[in-house]
Design a protein. Structure first.
Length: 324
């Protein structure tokens, strides 16, 4: 394989706090190893349009603490077609880019995995999503910051809930997974955590509410947006009908979970993964994701991380129930 001298980096899918720390690490570790590093703006959309800029150490100065992504991101339907990926490949060739590092989630890695096979160009994935739903890694960049954002918001909701003796259904992000709901629920001392991975949770909730109805203390029920009942609003409606005596409110946390200055954990994880992506290219890796398992950097084939499902930690879910 020809020696790699020029590499591209892009951010794709939903943005996540810590993406900038990863960009900074890729640029500075890449320059340290003698690479020319190019920023591909707006994800695969920018790759197709040739929206590509050279990145320098100076350009990534002062970004480690910034949420979001200086390269911007986008979801790109055109990249899902061969014609779109061919246009993207032609632009990479035009800039002389010989390998690409993509920071994103499973959707972004699916496209990368296909493009590596079609055009024999190395793609190295860095897991960047607040959902933490990627197979092969304990943590994705942004997850820890999102947990802290949820905890801070729910602690505030707890103040007003306890003042009024109310029940709050609080919906958190996570796509079809319950990773955000589970750990933030434990951290907030939630009285209920509804996740897509567990069936029959409504019965448990009804039993809890029937028992607590007499106490009139506040309750926080965290609901993962992908929950089987469809989220906090439909669940609150069902419960309101069945327990008319309860004082119920709902809060959808939404996109505040995607913003904010990344936590120290996310900054260090992103820095480690960014540097590990450069090492992977030096090691002639072609189609892998950089993961972290038991605090060690691992390589996971992209084909596996996009295909295999990451299981929720059911011991943690059981702990949450015990601690209510
Ligand atoms: O994948 C990250 C995520 O925040 C999910 O948790 C959420 O369901 C989705 O992105 C929201 O997508 P958008 O920002 O396009 O509304």
């Amino acid at each position: 394989m020809e020696e790699i001298k020029k590499i591209g980096i892009l951010t794709s899918g939903g943005d996540a706090p810590g993406m900038n720390a990863a960009i900074r690490a890729v640029v500075r570790a890449g320059i340290h190893e003698g690479f020319d590093v190019f920023g591909i703006r707006r994800g695969y959309m920018g790759m197709i349009e040739g929206d590509i800029i050279p990145l320098t150490s100076q350009l990534v100065s002062g970004i480690i603490q910034k949420g979001g992504t200086i390269l911007q991101t986008a979801r790109c339907k055109e990249f899902m077609s061969y014609e779109g990926r061919k246009k993207a490949y032609d632009e990479l060739v035009r800039f002389g880019i010989q390998a690409v590092i993509v920071i994103g989630g499973d959707g972004s890695f699916t496209g990368a995995s296909i493009m590596t096979k079609e055009f024999d160009i190395p793609f190295i994935g860095i897991p960047g999503t607040i959902d933490n739903d990627l197979f092969g890694t304990d943590y994705t960049i942004g997850y820890d910051t999102a947990l802290n954002t949820v905890v801070e918001a729910v602690d505030k909701i707890r103040d007003t809930a306890s003042s009024h003796g109310r029940i709050f259904f609080v919906e958190v992000m996570g796509k079809e997974a319950g990773f955000v709901a589970l750990r933030s629920g434990i951290a907030c001392g939630a009285e209920g955590i509804l996740v897509p991975e567990e069936k029959g949770q409504m019965e448990k909730l009804r039993k809890y509410l029937a028992e607590r109805a007499r106490s009139k203390k506040s309750s926080i029920i965290l609901v993962a947006e992908g929950d089987e009942e469809g989220g906090a609003i439909p669940i609150a409606r069902i419960i309101r009908n069945e327990f008319p005596e309860l004082d119920i409110r709902t809060t959808i946390l939404g996109h505040i979970q995607r913003g904010g200055s990344p936590s120290a954990f996310d900054r260090v994880t992103a820095s480690r993964m960014g540097a590990a992506a450069i090492d992977a290219l030096l090691d002639d890796q072609k189609s892998i994701m950089i993961g972290m398992v038991n605090n060690e950097i691992v390589h996971v084939p992209l084909s596996k991380t996009v295909k295999l499902h990451k299981d929720l930690d059911f011991d943690l879910l059981k702990l949450a129930e015990i601690l209510i």
